[in-house]
Ligand binder design. Structure first.
Ligand code: APR
Length: 389
């Protein structure tokens, strides 16, 4: 079997790339470790920036999203029970976020790719990338039926997330790994509970940060700052709801949290991880395979789509005219956006976490929040970074 591009992984990065290059007439095959059902039901991120939606819409991939996603242009900060809103859409050209769960994005992208005649192999195992430094790499895998199969290709797109096989296939010493542990823990909770708010809430409380995020009319996501060494077992459902109500409440007692069935509860590893460069030979890394960002600022899925957009243009240029310049600058082009997002996420982490054992940083966080609440210029800069420049 021969194709132009072997795409490893059917997450937002792999599926966006596969659709875009398919539309440019570039043949590809997508290899995915999980079953179709798994990838279409796995809850993860849920916020798309304006320009991610524009990208999808430009390629006819956003019909269901545009018909059903909630658009958000404001968020709320609560500091010790007192609230202020930042109407970031008004501050930044009317741009909004689109709240649309990642599994819906993935479902739509799979449907569109298959409709266009695309080839996805689900439930594959033992994927191995070979000859990446040559002009004819090879990908070998075991199919869902247990048959060893292979494809020769011109390029491999490593879109298989942080724990995938692509990044570890690069010889040691090639990549520089830039890692930062934020030293905070987040308990992440997904519940079948209608939102108790119209806008995302970031709440600062003496016991730590709490967040109320939006997913759909029936499902909500919440975060609780906890000690990084905490285990989920210490957080029975009753304790989670009590703590959320306490940390999110308003001083006048007017706000009430609607509870529901908790369907996911896990500790998040709050770290940032970037590899440079995002390519090796004929292998290009995209999305979480190349960079991990904390959920603060909701950038993960958007960065994955940006990588896919850049690589699809570079590949189109290569196949249409033989121009390799986009492939050569791919890594630098992606990393500019990646580092800007990391910087913003880091800034926001510093603002919404007031470590009790670190009064200096607690005062800085309070000063940053006060600045955001009182300065239209500062709020406009937040808006630009938050909704996406
Ligand atoms: N072979 C094939 N597929 C693999 C392998 C492998 N060895 N390892 C992992 N995969 C698949 C996973 O099952 C998953 O479907 O690769 C896909 C990677 O998808 P994501 O982890 O969603 O990564 P990405 O597409 O880069 O999107 C990043 O995901 O974690 C969120 O917040 C993050 O929204 C961001 C987005």
């Amino acid at each position: 079997m021969k194709t132009a591009v072997a795409v490893i992984g059917a997450g937002p990065a792999g599926l966006t790339l596969a659709n875009l290059i398919q539309q440019s007439g570039i043949p590809c095959v997508v290899l995915e470790k999980a079953s179709r059902r798994e990838v279409e039901t796995r809850p993860r991120a849920g916020v798309l920036e304006h320009r991610s939606v524009e990208l999808l819409a430009r390629h006819g991939l956003a019909d269901r999203l545009l018909a059903s996603a909630d658009r958000h242009g404001a968020c709320e900060f609560r500091v010790n029970g007192r609230a202020f809103r930042v109407a970031y859409s008004d501050l930044y050209g009317g741009r909004t976020h689109y709240v649309y769960p990642q599994q819906e994005v993935v479902t739509d992208l799979i449907a569109a790719f298959l409709e266009g005649g695309g080839d996805i192999r689900f439930s594959v195992s033992d994927v191995s990338l070979q000859g990446l430094a040559s002009v004819a790499p090879r990908v070998v895998w075991t199919s869902a039926d247990g048959v060893r199969e292979q494809v020769s290709c011109d390029f491999v797109a490593g879109c298989d997330g942080f724990h995938g096989v692509s990044r570890p296939s690069i010889p040691s010493g090639v990549l520089q790994e830039l890692v930062h542990h934020h030293g905070i823990g987040w308990l992440s909770i997904l519940a079948e509970a209608p939102p108790s708010t119209k806008a995302i809430i970031y709440s600062m409380h003496p016991d730590g940060f709490a967040g109320h995020m939006l997913r759909s009319p029936t499902v909500s996501r919440y975060y609780l700052q906890v000690d990084p060494s905490e285990s989920v077992e210490n957080w029975p459902d009753d304790r989670v709801w009590m703590e959320l109500q306490k940390r999110l409440s308003l001083a006048d007692g007017s706000w009430k949290l609607t509870t529901g069935k908790i369907i996911e509860k896990r500790m998040l590893d709050m770290r940032s991880h970037v590899v440079e460069p995002m390519s090796y030979g004929r292998l290009y890394l995209l999305g979480d395979a190349a960079h991990i960002i904390t959920p603060v600022g909701a950038k993960g899925m958007n960065l994955a789509m940006n990588d896919a957009a850049l690589l699809s243009v570079a590949l189109s240029d290569y196949y249409q005219t033989g121009d390799e310049s986009g492939l050569k600058t791919y890594s630098d082009d992606c990393l500019r956006r990646v580092w800007r997002a990391q910087e913003f996420s880091q800034w926001m982490i510093g603002m919404i976490h007031a470590p009790t054992n670190d009064p200096f940083h607690a005062r800085l966080a309070a000063a940053r929040l006060e600045h955001l609440a009182s300065s239209p210029a500062y709020a406009a800069s937040f808006a630009e970074n938050y909704v996406g420049p």
